[in-house]
Design a protein around this ligand. Sequence first.
Ligand code: C5P
Length: 262
Amino acid sequence: MLSTPMTIRSETSDDKYMTGLDDPKSRLIFALDVPGLDEAVSFVQKLDGSVGMFKVGLELFLKEGPSVLTAIKEHSDAEIFLDLKLHDISITVERSVKSLLKYPVRFLTVHCSGGETMLRSAVSGAGDSGLEILGVTVLTNLGPDDHREELGYRKDLTLQDLAIIRAKMAEKSGCAGVICSGLEVASIRKNFKTLKTVVPGIRQIDSTLNKDDQKRVVTPQLAIESGADYLVVGRPIRDASDPKAAAQQIVQEISTALAKAK
Ligand code: C5P
């Protein structure tokens, strides 16, 4: 399987993309938050066929470099989400995005807080390659009690307001979608119909007491009912005694929520 260097798909809301989303499994993105290639490949082998996408974050990418992307493709047909959360001057972001185009990546994240010009540059770097730029609105480990003023946020803005402002920037800049919490996804879905919504901070009801460092969490069912297109799940699958069964249980929950929404 490895020899195909690049299998980026370019899909729009009226063709394969929607067909793809009809399959509940395609909506589940597993965060490969592991220290190295061996662990990553082991999870890819375990979860191939049970999730729609694998997310490579900073930990794994910085350890292994881009070769981890092709290694994943060697073991699975699932798509790859590269979660680098870029935030730099526009030209650097644009050139960095261009330098990723030779790898098999479907989604790439950029911080909306970098501003509209930077987001536009990321989109321009991707061009018509099929790589889709997602804008990170507000991290899900930021809670209403965090010292947001110290971070430079206006006192009168709620996290929800901030997420909406940033989603608007993402839409105006031509991003394919946004990363947002399950608490904001309903209003983002309502206000920005063309944006794909990707929701991390997912926890099952019976694990609400164990949110790890995430503060704005929802269940898979609530996220889907609120309009999430994709769910990002890491530790609840990675740390389960049977990761495949944990993934399948989440897919079942997605499926039930989709059936209810019809
Ligand atoms: O383990 P857990 O399910 O909390 O993993 C969430 C994943 O989603 C992590 O890889 C994290 O980097 C990512 N993420 C997030 N919040 C965002 C964007 C990405 O938690 N706003």
